[in-house]
Structures are given as C-alpha cells and as structure tokens.
Design a protein around this ligand. Structure first.
Ligand SMILES: [Zn+2]
Length: 334
C-alpha cells in the first residue's frame, strides 16, 4: 500500500529560533538568529491504490490576522505574519481537485496553534490526537501557555467522538502503510506520521527534528547550528535537541531514536518540517540528505519567497503526473 503526499504552505512569519518562553532548559537563549520563511505545515496524503483514502497531516495555521493576535502583536516589534493557514489548505485542495469533504482523517500532531486552526473546515473528517496532548493543551506549563490558545484547543475538543475526534494512546495505524508514532518531546503528547510510498517510508510533518541539523549535528553542511546552543549538542553521536520545546528534551531525543528505528530501509527518509526546500511532492521528490548545493544555499541565505497560498511551488510540475495516474486508475477499473 502506497501513498503520495503534497506539501502545503503555512503563513510567512519570523520567530526567534529559540522562543524564550518555550525554553525549558537552563541554556543561554539564542535570539540572534531568526527564521523568516514560509514553511510547509500540512501534507495532503492520498492512497495510490485507493484514492478515496485521503488525509491531512497537520491541521493548519491560523490566518495572519489571528496569528498576529496570538503570537506577533504589533507592540512586540516582531514582524507581522502574512498569509493564511486555512485559505492555503483550501487552495492546495483546489489545486489537487480534492473537495474538502473527501478528507477522511486529519492528524493533529500536537495542539499548538500551528497544527489545528483549519480543522473546522472539515466537519466530517476524523481528527486524531493523543490523549496526553489533550492534557498538555488544557493544562500547559506556564512557559508554554502561548502555544495553546483556548480558541485552538476548542477547535479540536468541540468535535464529537468518535466520528470527528479519535483520542488515541501511543502508536496507531491509520490505514495500512500510514502509521502514527507517539513521539513526545516537543510537547508531552506529540505524535508524528510515517507514510509508505513506492520509494520508501517518509516521516512527515513532525515537530521532532525540524531541521536537518537536528538529525545530523555532526555534519558540517547543515545550517543552522553554531547559533543554536542546545542541550547535548556537544555530545558526539547525539542529536541536536532544540530549546523550542514544551516537554522533556530527553523524551525528544528518545523520540528521534524511535523515528529512526521505524525508518529502517536505506531509502526511507525524514522530511524535516521547517526545511523550506526539503521534498514537497513525495515520492516524486525524494532525498535523505540534501545536495551540497542545497546546504550552500541555506547557509548563504535562508530562502524567502513571495508569500503565496496553496501547494509549495515545487509540487506544481508533478500535478499532471498525479492526474494521469488517477485517470489511469479510473480507466483500469472501468
Ligand atoms: Zn509546536
């Protein structure tokens, strides 16, 4: 059983790489380096063998207006966000010629505002969330409250069980070849998705290890690194654990190991969530390590592109391939 996944763009905003309020560890805050960019926040996943199986990994960002109220108020002096999470998902579905009611499942990896704001647009879909994450959202540590606005928490918890909301504990198989792993660390109840494709398995949409440099801290190519002091990063053979977390950094490292253990084949890949140039159309784009060109580009300049809604631009050239595949599948069954 194989799937395809298509990256959809989040709003553009800038945030200090280690948001201080979220830094649990007694390490110096590193606020000099800022990420400015439009990351991919949602993946549209579709089964190749049974295209009626469609899901979203990620519940979407707020609109820029809501986001600025939540995280980047004018008086903070932070750059104002641009773009719109829910509108971006709707545009992406339009580009894929998928109607919103065709989405059967939404994986909410955790209940921070950037993973849940579009779930209202899919009243029939089943939102899947970890039981422990619900507690994180309704009773967050004081330093993490800003990540869990009540408005967002309600969007998830107001849904009725089990058809619109499935609360799980631990690892779970959504459909064959589409697995959720309980991977605490960024938050206490974080989960990540691993999908099988014709080229191998891909870990998608996880806020565990959002940059290549967190998975390969000893590899000199990967940015950002020197500007990001983090616990354990001095230990050889360990991962770079971000300060950007609400839970136990030891759980975070454990979760990274767990993800790697599930990606056992040489062709399996991790798709770090915040890497703007990582594979967007899977399996058409497929690499574990980016090229040296990629690393050089990232080091020289964090790519900032004009703000847009919908699929990441890299997906567009592959849409006709998908369309031909779907038409072929239809005529095959006719
Ligand atoms: Zn988060």
């Amino acid at each position: 059983v194989n799937y395809e996944a298509w990256g959809c763009l989040a709003p553009l905003y800038a945030e200090p790489i280690a948001i201080q309020e979220m830094a649990m560890m007694p390490v110096p805050p590193s606020t000099r380096l800022k990420i400015v960019g439009q990351a991919t926040d949602v993946f549209v996943v579709e089964s190749v063998e049974d295209p009626s199986k469609k899901a979203l990994i990620g519940g979407g960002h707020p609109s820029a207006e809501a986001l600025n109220k939540l995280a980047f108020p004018k008086e903070s002096g932070l750059m104002q966000a641009q773009g719109d999470g829910p509108a971006s998902i709707m545009t992406a579905l339009d580009q894929l010629e998928i109607r919103p009611e065709e989405i059967q499942v939404i994986v909410v990896q955790h209940m921070h505002w950037d993973f849940e704001y579009a779930v209202d647009l899919f009243p029939q879909a089943q939102v899947i969330i970890q039981r422990r994450e619900i507690l994180s959202a309704v009773d967050p540590a004081p330093n993490c409250r800003f990540g869990y606005p009540r408005e967002g928490t309600r969007k998830v918890l107001n849904r009725s069980q089990p058809d619109q909301l499935l609360v799980i504990e631990g690892d779970y198989t959504v459909w064959p070849g589409f697995d959720l792993l309980f991977t605490p660390g960024h938050t206490d109840g974080h989960q990540c998705a691993i999908v099988q494709t014709v080229k191998g398995k891909a870990c998608l949409g996880s806020e565990v290890g959002v940059f290549y440099s967190q998975w390969y801290p000893e590899d000199p190519r990967y940015f950002p690194k020197p500007d990001w002091p983090a616990p354990y990063s001095f230990l050889r053979g360990s991962f770079l654990i971000p300060q950007h977390g609400c839970a136990d950094p030891r759980d975070h490292e454990q979760s990274q190991r767990k993800i790697l253990a599930h990606l056992s084949s040489e062709t399996d890949i991790i798709r770090p969530l915040f890497e703007p140039l990582a594979p967007q159309a899977l399996p058409y784009q497929w690499w574990q390590h980016p090229s040296d060109d990629y690393a050089a580009k990232m080091r020289a300049e964090w790519p900032v592109r004009p703000v847009r809604l919908g699929l990441a631009p890299e997906c567009l050239e592959f849409l006709p391939v998908r369309k031909a595949r779907l038409q072929g599948a239809l005529s095959g069954t006719a």
